[in-house]
Design a protein around this ligand. Structure first.
Ligand code: MD3
Ligand code: FE
Length: 200
């Protein structure tokens, strides 16, 4: 479903087996040299979400070289498949070559305030994969953090691709719905994987 220009939501894109593989991978990456941490913002705020980067590392507000786990080729390939799913073979305009994956973990009560992702120097789309508990995802506008926005329920296995005019809109996760994950995933909380071309 095209939710806004360039914003494509594909509910249930990942099979349960694929979701389990991704959750297992997220767990494995957390055992690596750069585990899930709460980002401390320059103003002193601490995010409730815990994050880990594969490949290039984001830190407010820039991208650094990879020091931890490299971005696996299979995950970059999954990102390319996602862009083709959303826009078709021709829509990628030369293809999608992500050089970073940001993995966000939402434990009890974690949320993400409305923000724009402006650090990437590339206009390439952002691919988002949701795992575990469902959440309310708020898709806003490019001008400010407030209205107009629309709320979309994101469920485990959902794909969302944000390109074109939706690439620079404000967005956030105002709520996660505890206990909604399929027990077969063995995950208490929500994971979101975003694949990006940093252009750095
Ligand atoms: C729309 N993550 O990591 S994913 C983020 O669910 C982030 O963890 C949220 O926002 C999460 O920056 C939302 C969906 C998403 C990601 C990046 C976007 C939507 C976007 C960039 C531009 C526009
Ligand atoms: Fe974001």
């Amino acid at each position: 479903a095209v939710v806004a220009p360039g914003a494509v939501h594909v509910p249930g894109w990942l099979s349960l087996a694929r979701q389990r593989e991704l959750v297992d991978a997220c767990r494995e990456w957390g055992r690596g040299p750069d585990s899930y941490r709460r980002t401390v913002l320059p103003g002193g705020g601490v995010m409730s979400v815990r994050s880990l980067c594969l490949g290039r590392r984001w830190e407010p507000y820039r991208y650094l070289d990879s020091v931890g786990v490299e971005l696996p080729d299979w995950l970059a390939a999954l990102g390319r498949e996602a862009v083709v799913e959303a826009y078709g073979e021709s829509g990628g305009l030369g293809g999608f070559s992500p050089d970073t994956a940001l993995v966000n973990f939402y434990g009890a009560g974690a949320r993400m305030g409305m923000h724009q992702d402006k650090e990437e120097r590339s206009g390439a789309p952002v691919v988002s994969l949701s795992l575990g508990d469902s959440c309310v995802f708020r898709l806003g506008n490019a001008e400010n953090r407030g209205r107009p926005y629309r709320d979309v329920e994101l469920v485990s296995g959902d794909l969302f691709v944000f390109g074109g005019a939706s690439r620079w809109v404000h967005h956030g996760v105002p709520a996660v719905r505890p206990g909604t994950a399929d027990p077969a995933l063995g995950l208490a909380g929500r994971l979101n994987i975003t694949l990006r071309e940093t252009g750095w």
